[in-house]
Every structure is written in structure tokens, then in C-alpha cells.
Write a protein that binds this ligand. Sequence first.
Ligand code: TXA
Ligand code: MG
Length: 320
Amino acid sequence: MPQSQPKILVEEADGIARATALLKQDALVAIPTETVYGLAGNARSDTACARIFEAKGRPRFNPLIVHLASLDQAREIAEFPPAAGDLAQAFWPGPLTLVLPLKPGHGLSPLVTAGLTTVAIRLPAHPVARAVLAGFGGPVAAPSANPSGAISPTMAAHVADGLGQRVAAILDAGPCDVGLESTILAPSETGTRLLREGGLPREAIEALTGPLHSDTTPGRVEAPGQMTRHYAPSVPLAMNSALTDKTALRIGFTDTDGGDLSLSRSGDMVEAAATLFDILHQAETMAHAKGNPEIHIAPVPETGLGRAINDRLRRAAAPG
Ligand code: TXA
Ligand code: MG
């Protein structure tokens, strides 16, 4: 539990101006994006980036995503092979991150890239994130605003519970629409690799690029954040459950699965993605209140956003 609650800013002009001013002072601010809340800091400042790693308890070898307001800014920092330009054109701003070769003179703190020669870049679509980025005017590093390895935040209250006093402020714009982190791609001259399933469904990307090479095996070091165990509640979780064990805390996909909670009343995948992390937060709280039974979750179809949901659940269910 947090020792005391951080300052919650409202998403209007005052709150946005205050968040921007804090970023300029190298302070950390949790900001809303369409995917999840991000723990934002000045990506050119070693101090701000060190604060991000410290606040999350994040291993230093796990690089940060850089958030920008415009494609022009992105082109100043990274090389764009033709495939990257096409992807940016089609899907930015939006829930897509591109891993690209760094350009000389990029000016980022070395902590952002953790010593790699590439950088992960995203242009978020959320109007409040865009207003903060435009007001700040430079690159903003923003991993998901949760303690490293824990469930990602899709509401300001999740950030307050997880990071408490470790952020100067939280800019609250209500629940995130997409609810899953961005899809991460590494485009190159030789083809585009999928490093993380996420809020932009694979099918939408493949319609543009043709078949992607998957590189999302848990435990692979290529995307260091793709840890085998991640997104995990603090009680054991089992996926693809028939929900027959009545001693477990049960999460259905639809209402008719008969769980204590469900991802979507009507079995709608977009709604399931948007509510997944909040349902996991709720299930964790309920489990703690009931003596820590296991959390069991019904099967989620492996299609569209279901791929990213199952990716998160596989990592949440991995042994601790
Ligand atoms: O939707 C999102 O992407 C959210 C919001 C806040 O924008 N951010 C987010 O950040 O999910 P984070 O730090 O939780 O996940 C970033 C992932 C990590 O798995 C990290 O290892 C990977 O991106 N990454 C960063 N730079 C990379 C690079 N140069 N090469 C490969 N993977 C990289
Ligand atoms: Mg994360």
C-alpha cells in the first residue's frame, strides 16, 4: 500500500501545464495514454531516467520506450527504413512501438536504450498524452506506470496503489481505451519482426506487411522486457481454466462462463482487452481478502486482441 497518495492532476489545461512543468524539472509524472498509464520522465535527462528505473524497481538492462508528439521528432532520433516509414504512416499516432536504429546526435540519456544501438519509439494517440508531449517539446521516456513485473495500470488509482509517493503527480484522464500495451515491431530491410503482441492486432499489421516473424517467445532476451514472468498478480494465476474449482477466484471471459468476475459481459474482445488489467487488479484485491485462493481464468480465443491478452496471461501465470 502507498505511504501517502500522490497528487492527482485533472486532465484539463491546468493539469496538463503542471505535468509539463514537472517533466521540465526532471520529475516523474504518470500520464494517460490510450494503451496504459505511462511513468513519464525527460528522456534526455540521466536524472529523470534514473528516477524511472528506481521508482519501478526495473532492471537497468531493460530499455525504455521514447514517446514523441510528431514523426519529424522521431526522424531526428532514429533511422527509418522504408518499412518503418510505411508502418508509421499507417498506424501512428496509435498503439504501435517501432524499434529502430539510433541516429548519431540523438541526445537521449544512455539509460533509455540500456546500451543498445536501437531505440523504441511511439507516438501515442491519446489527446492528453499528445498535449503533454507537445507542451514538453522533447522526447519523453515512459514505461508502464507499475512496479516492475506487476499488473499494468489502466486507471489513475492503479498507479496510486502501485507507485504511491514515487511519482510527483498522476494526470488522471479516466480508464485507458485500449487497455493493453502497444504492439512492438522491429522493421528492417530484411523484414519486420514482432517483438511484443499488443494493442494493435497482428492481423491489422499483416494486412499491410504480409506475414510477420514472431519473436515473442517468453524468456528471449531480444526484447529484454519480454520476461517470462510479468504482469503478475501477487497470488498464483492459472489460465485456460474450466472454472470448475469453486475454491478459486474465477474470472470468466463472458458472463455465461460463471466466474466471480468477467472480462466482457458480451464476450467482446475489445472490451476484454480494455478491462483485463483492471479485472486482474480487482481479482488480486478480492483474493487477498479471501485468504489468497488461486485466480483461475477462462480460455480467451487466440485471435485479434486475444493474442495479446493471452500473451499477458501466459506471463502472469508463469512460476514466480
Ligand atoms: O503501450 C505502451 O507501450 C506503454 C505506454 C506507456 O506507452 N509503455 C510500455 O512500456 O509498455 P514498457 O517499458 O512497460 O515496455 C516497453 C518494452 C519493454 O519490453 C522493453 O524491453 C522494450 O519495450 N524495448 C524498449 N527498447 C527496446 C529496444 N531498443 N529493443 C527491443 N525492445 C525494447
Ligand atoms: Mg510494462
